[in-house]
Write a protein that binds this ligand. Structure first.
Ligand SMILES: [Zn+2]
Length: 72
């Protein structure tokens, strides 16, 4: 289950309902409802198929935090 990360939208999609594309910066799907781009992470299963996992904002929150000032 993917969730559109566009805050006012938040639509949920089954992987089969969206088109996954790679536009050069990793796989993404476009929300069919609002058109927002949602980043995905591809991982290879043991059987050779590709499993897409969603990069959620909550999970990458650390990246959004401002860098700590370094003491010199
Ligand atoms: Zn959406």
């Amino acid at each position: 289950m993917f969730v559109c990360q566009n805050q006012p939208c938040g639509a949920r999609w089954m992987p089969a309902e969206v088109v996954i594309k790679n536009e050069g910066q990793g796989p993404i799907f476009r929300c069919p409802l609002c058109g927002a781009r949602n980043r995905l992470m591809a991982s290879h299963r043991a059987d050779g198929s590709i499993d897409y996992k969603q990069l959620r904002r909550e999970a990458s929150g650390a990246d959004a935090a401002p860098p700590k000032a370094r003491r010199s």
